[in-house]
Design a protein around this ligand. Structure first.
Ligand code: S3P
Length: 751
């Protein structure tokens, strides 16, 4: 709730009027006055009940104000600030001044000219909301609801002033973000000013043609959608283009270059170029929709709570059927990365259309790679060669994915351009020193945030040298990062792993004709080679299959076959561990597809027993432990895991997150630093544990594991914060329902 005793809005148009309207609806108790050169607008504002009073003379309205909002056109700002500086008494230091101008650098300059510098009580801001309508008559209380307001405070800003402006906008239902003046102006030039310029220009061009009446008469949805904003206030937009000249010109240059390329493609009938551009644009548009719809995609500066998804799983149910789970996540990331760097066209089948791999795909589009799809798991990548990537316009956002961030770090360290890698809130907490440190040894210039956390800033053009790196932890991500950097390094890059980890990078590089050698625990490659495109068939992800393997392993009467699952020897820890626990699990129709072993896995219920998990299986089942803990809770006797400290730095601290959930269900367990003991209560006849409400902490695998656990619970299990299941397994709920589980999805607000 906003508690300003008296708010003065200078400029009572659509923006200022809607601010008053939204505050009124929020229950704002203070006085709202307005100043506008047009007395009719002020009178209308009073009549509409938006403002208490107002006038046309600013100097007469300043008594007792606590906050002034400048909502006048950009070029009128300086005059208004001048009047404010003369009219506000020197004692009024508690008065906060803010604005709503669409450009920030020029307004900051106004303040500097008027006040000598931007005083600490001025907080410049910009609500990203509006409409083509103008005037207070168009004011609406909903204008700012769920819209963003960008504040661009100066370093000397008064913290209380900043907080009060934030509260003002939050009271209107807006989401408040902060960024620098410079960044604001660049971002807005591209996302708002350029489209307005184009809309004005298109309508003007057509309106001047002789047959304009016919053009407008027959213009259908496309024209209307594209040109709606050409009806906007001309004065306001004139001011914006004058004020944000440089940033607009630079975005116009980029646009003209793109238009020239398309013109050329149309002229020469270059269907490949047309398809590549349209496909890129169409996918980018869908991707941005996802961003705007607030699924788990969130650009770094949009960071905020996720769209909440809750699973409610009724106890019991069956585990029956034949299923195919989506493509392997590790291989999907790598297929895009290597396909982009290859010479020629790479056709991928079985690509995982999960949010993480889609973020990787989008990042390469942002580096100029033409990628078609995905359409039902098929992706076509038009490789640009080892040195063909282009500098992205902004930070590359890799969502929830540690794999993407670490592999990208290696790959980007070898590029000629600077880059920045960001991710979601969970990723921002994960350790990146494990890749930044060895990359620095290779000569890379790479900066992390405090404590070696994301974001990562990578300087382009640093010459890399091959190193021999003895990895302190068994991590395929670190190994892959260094091999990818090694492609660009002088000489040989060697990596020794303390235990075998997934080798998809090595296999796929070999598949692209790039020699990676291995002897025992060490693999290596020579820098400076090239990749040759070839087809990639991504098998189903054994990590996703695991949830259904465990479902069948714990449910009396179960019989499930999972088709076309990747059974790479570095990934089959879950098969080995379940087999040791006594599971009836058989591999059928074993075959090799595109350099990776694949099989159908059939699993039928037999009672499980607790075991000591062999330490050498830990890296081979690293992502499968949350589900295996559920298997352990249903076994007879104790299952003991050690040597698994890496679980603590996954999408959540998976030892603790699982222990907390098991505690809710009433499963006896003991946590140790590098593992856990779980006392199973397996008995065919009765449930193994109770139900309850569990926080998945936004970790997809924790969410899915507890959903499966409900098959043997005595009561409903409710799991919060499940949106991130979409990062690796978008169809999970549908498949779980298909095998006979009683899962439903709810919004957090309904439960
Ligand atoms: C992955 C490696 C593993 C795994 C992750 C995917 C990969 O991480 O947990 O889900 O694709 O290389 P670490 O290498 O850090 O153990």
């Amino acid at each position: 709730m906003c508690h300003e005793p008296r708010l003065l809005i200078v400029g009572l148009g659509l923006i200022g009027g809607s601010l008053a309207a939204a505050l009124r609806v929020s229950g704002f108790k203070g006085q709202i006055t307005a100043c506008d050169p047009n007395a009719n607008e002020v009178a209308l504002g009073v009549e509409m009940g938006l403002i208490n009073a107002g006038g046309t003379q600013l100097s007469q309205l300043l008594d007792g104000v606590s906050m002034v909002v400048l909502a006048v056109p950009v070029l009128a700002m300086e005059r208004v600030m001048q009047e404010l500086s003369e009219g506000l008494s020197a004692a009024a230091t508690n008065v906060v001044i803010t604005d709503v101008g669409s450009t920030k650098a020029t307004i900051r300059e106004c303040a500097e000219r008027v006040f000598g510098c931007v005083p600490p009580n001025i907080v410049l801001g910009h609500p990203i909301a509006g409409s083509e309508k103008s005037g207070v008559a168009a004011a609406t209380p909903a204008l700012y609801a769920n819209h963003k307001v960008i504040l661009t405070p100066e370093p000397n800003v008064n913290a209380e002033a900043l907080a009060r402006v934030k509260v003002l906008w939050q009271a209107c239902g807006a989401e408040v973000l902060q960024m620098s003046v410079e960044r604001h102006d660049q971002v807005l030039a591209r996302t708002s000013h350029l489209p307005h310029l184009l809309a004005f220009s298109l309508v003007d061009t057509l309106a001047r043609q002789d047959e304009r009446l016919d053009i407008f008469r027959y213009a259908a949805g496309g024209f209307r959608d594209f040109t709606r904003i050409a009806g906007s206030d001309p004065v306001m937009w004139r001011d914006i283009f004058i004020a944000n000249r440089d940033a607009v010109l630079s975005s116009l240059d980029d646009f003209e270059a793109g238009l020239a390329r398309l013109r050329q493609a149309v002229e020469s009938g270059d269907s490949d170029a047309l398809i590549a551009t349209f496909d890129r644009a169409s996918h980018a548009r869908h991707y941005f929709d996802t961003l705007l719809n607030k699924t788990s995609y969130q650009a770094e500066y949009h960071m905020q709570p996720q769209g909440k998804v809750t699973y409610r799983v009724s106890p019991g149910g069956q585990a029956q059927g034949r299923l195919r789970v989506p493509g392997d996540k590790s291989m999907s990331h790598r297929s895009i990365m290597l396909g982009a760097l290859a010479e020629g066209v790479t056709e991928v089948k079985g690509f995982l259309e999960g949010e993480d791999s889609l973020a990787t795909l989008q990042a390469f589009r942002e580096m100029g790679v033409a990628i078609e799809g995905p359409h039902q798991g098929r992706v076509t990548i038009h490789g640009v060669g080892m040195h063909g990537l282009k500098a992205p316009a902004g930070p590359l956002y890799v969502g929830n994915s540690g794999t993407a961030m670490r592999l990208f770090a290696g790959l980007l360290a070898g590029q000629a351009f600077d880059s920045e890698l960001t991710g979601d809130e969970s990723l921002t907490k994960r350790p990146m020193g494990r890749v930044a440190d060895p990359l620095r040894l290779m000569g890379a210039t790479i900066e992390t945030a405090e404590g070696g956390r994301p974001p990562l800033s990578i300087k382009g053009g640093a010459p890399l040298k091959g190193i021999f790196y003895d990895m302190p932890m068994a991590s395929a991500q670190v190994k892959s990062c260094l091999l990818l950097a090694g492609l660009y390094a002088e000489g040989e890059t060697r990596v020794r792993e303390p235990a075998p980890t997934r080798d998809h990078t090595e296999r796929m590089l070999n598949g692209f004709g790039y020699v990676v050698s291995r002897e025992g625990d060490t693999c290596w490659l020579q820098g400076g080679g090239k990749l040759t495109a070839g087809p990639i068939d991504v098998p189903s992800d054994i990590s996703s299959a695991t949830f259904f393997l465990v479902a069948a392993a714990i449910t009396p009467g179960a019989d499930i076959t999972l088709e076309h699952v990747g059974i790479n020897p570095t990934r089959i820890g879950v098969i080995n561990i379940l087999t040791l626990m006594g599971a009836d699990l058989v591999l059928e129709d074993e075959r090799e597809v595109g350099g990776e072993p694949v099989a159908d896995i059939r699993i039928r219920y037999v009672p499980l027993k607790g075991i000591d998990i062999p330490v050498d299986q830990v890296p081979l089942a690293i992502d499968e432990f949350p589900a295996l803990f559920v298997a352990a809770a249903n076994a007879q006797g104790t299952t003991r895991l050690r040597g698994a400290e890496e679980l603590r730095v996954k999408e959540s601290d998976r030892i603790q997150a699982m222990a907390d959930g098991l505690a809710v269900l009433g499963v006896e367990h003991t946590v140790v630093e590098d593992g856990i003991d779980i006392v199973g209560n397996g008995n065919d006849q009765v449930a193994s544990y109770g139900g309850g409400r569990i926080d998945s902490l936004g970790d997809h695998r924790i969410a899915m594991s507890f959903a499966i656990a409900a098959l043997r619970a005595s009561d409903t299990i409710v799991i919060d914060d499940c949106a991130n299941v979409a990062t690796s397994f978008p169809d999970f709920v549908a498949l779980a329902q298909r095998i006979g589980m009683n899962v439903s999805v709810e919004s957090a607000n309904d439960v």
